[in-house]
Write a protein that binds this ligand. Structure first.
Ligand SMILES: Cc1cc2nc3c(=O)[nH]c(=O)nc-3n(C[C@H](O)[C@H](O)[C@H](O)COP(=O)(O)OP(=O)(O)OC[C@H]3O[C@@H](n4cnc5c(N)ncnc54)[C@H](O)[C@@H]3O)c2cc1C
Length: 382
């Protein structure tokens, strides 16, 4: 498989590389300490068009294809994962439903502001009783006149506290469940009955906020159904499939950065009178880190390319997410090991990457669930 990037894409990759190195990396410690992304950084990201990478040009976005988006997300993955999470949740699961499945009216109404980053998107599927089993929703939406009335609680919603538009999944026909009884809605923060919970305290991803989003007789206009009534579970799978490729790309970017940091440290750190890089034990760790990262990149780009070819990627997206997130965790662990005690210190970025890697095995479907999806597909194919 060979991926050839256009000249424009190569230029964009370089530009984002400079942005993360010159503008985001120097603020990583501040983001950690304040658990907040400096507003001027958000404004810079808007100017660069990062909030619109996946939104078509006709709505003001850059309209990258899946390979282009994976390339951008890999570059972003090299820096603070909390900052990247804000953008990737918005450009991924927070807007894919609108871009791919919504009516022209909804696209024209919401996408221009989302492309500009003036309206932030979020994806609200998970509930206290519906995590891995996302079909077990308690949130309901009942048709009353020309509106829907939504009740229920979503939790762990990335961008929840700051989002303006939420793609929300609710039961619209309990008797049908996931097979025709779940519907996706576009819910605005200002709709009566939408309540945002307080920010969750997390292990990592500082600066990226998650919270509960609660619906108490929330009134949603009929036109804000995304796609067809009853087809919400299929919509969720479509949105998550593409999101998983983006998550894998970010993980690959983080691995690339960790390899560079570790190789540099290994060459500089002297023990027993020579750089630790001279020891085979260190070299083998670097070799495994580099090999696994290349394999994760290949799997990710293969899935992205298939999306661009219009092919079904449920299995490939799960493979990319599963493998890249596992590799990210192994690479982060080795990076800490190569840094020795320094790797445990917050002043070194590897400590942050190590904490931030952990969530990639859990969200957008745990890695156990990815294995179930892959196995189900393999059993069907063979
Ligand atoms: C920081 C963060 C951000 C998030 N952002 C979002 C978001 O933006 N939108 C959103 O909708 N959700 C979001 N989530 C929720 C996330 O997708 C879920 O946490 C995840 O899907 C797992 O669900 P759960 O936490 O309920 O775990 P559970 O489903 O309770 O799983 C617990 C354990 O059991 C395992 N398990 C469960 N069922 C099976 C099975 N059949 N076979 C084998 N093992 C199984 C799981 O793999 C896991 O190891 C976020 C979560 C976090 C922590």
């Amino acid at each position: 498989m060979s991926i050839i990037l256009t000249k424009e894409m190569l230029q964009m990759k370089e530009m984002i590389g400079h942005f993360v190195e010159r503008e985001v990396d120097p603020l990583a410690m501040q983001i950690e300490e304040e658990d907040a992304i400096p507003q001027h950084l958000v404004e810079q990201a808007k100017t660069l068009g990062l909030f619109g990478i996946s939104i078509p040009e006709q709505y003001g976005g850059i309209g990258l294809n899946a390979v282009g988006k994976a390339t951008v997300l890999e570059q972003l993955g090299r820096t603070h994962n909390g900052f990247v999470s804000l953008i990737s949740a918005h450009t991924g699961i927070g807007s894919t439903g609108l871009v791919k499945l919504a009516s022209e009216h909804l696209k024209a109404k919401y996408l221009p502001d989302m492309a500009a980053g003036t309206k932030i998107g979020a994806f609200a599927l998970s509930e206290p009783g519906a995590g891995s089993d996302a079909t077990n929703l308690s949130t309901t939406a009942e048709k009353k006149g020309d509106c829907w009335v939504m009740n229920g609680t979503k939790h762990f919603i990335t961008n929840g506290p700051i989002a303006d538009v939420y793609t929300v999944f609710a039961l619209t026909d309990r008797s049908k469940g996931a097979k025709g009884g779940i519907t996706a809605f576009l819910v605005e923060r200002g709709f009566p009955g939408l309540i945002v919970g307080k920010k969750d305290k997390k292990m990592g991803l500082r600066g990226s906020y998650t919270s509960q989003v609660i619906f108490e007789n929330c009134i949603i206009p009929e036109e804000n159904v995304i796609g067809e009534v009853g087809m919400g579970y299929i919509s969720a799978l479509t949105i998550l499939g593409e999101g998983r490729v983006g998550l894998a790309a970010r993980a690959v970017g983080s691995c690339g950065k960790l390899i560079e940091l570790s190789a540099k440290y290994a060459k500089e750190r002297i023990q027993f009178g020579k750089p630790i890089a001279g020891n085979q034990a260190i070299q083998w760790m670097l070799a495994d880190m580099a090999t696994e990262t290349e394999a994760a990149r290949a799997l990710t780009m293969m899935a992205a390319q298939k999306i661009d070819e219009g092919k079904k990627v449920i299995k490939e997206a799960s493979m990319a997410k599963l493998f890249a997130s596992d590799v990210f965790n192994r690479v982060a662990d080795k990076a800490v090991q190569i840094h020795g005690g320094m790797g445990y210190m917050a002043e070194y970025p590897v400590e942050r990457f190590y904490r931030d890697a952990r969530i990639t095995k859990i969200y957008e479907g745990t890695n156990e669930i990815q294995r179930l999806i892959i196995a189900r597909n393999v059993l069907q194919e063979c």
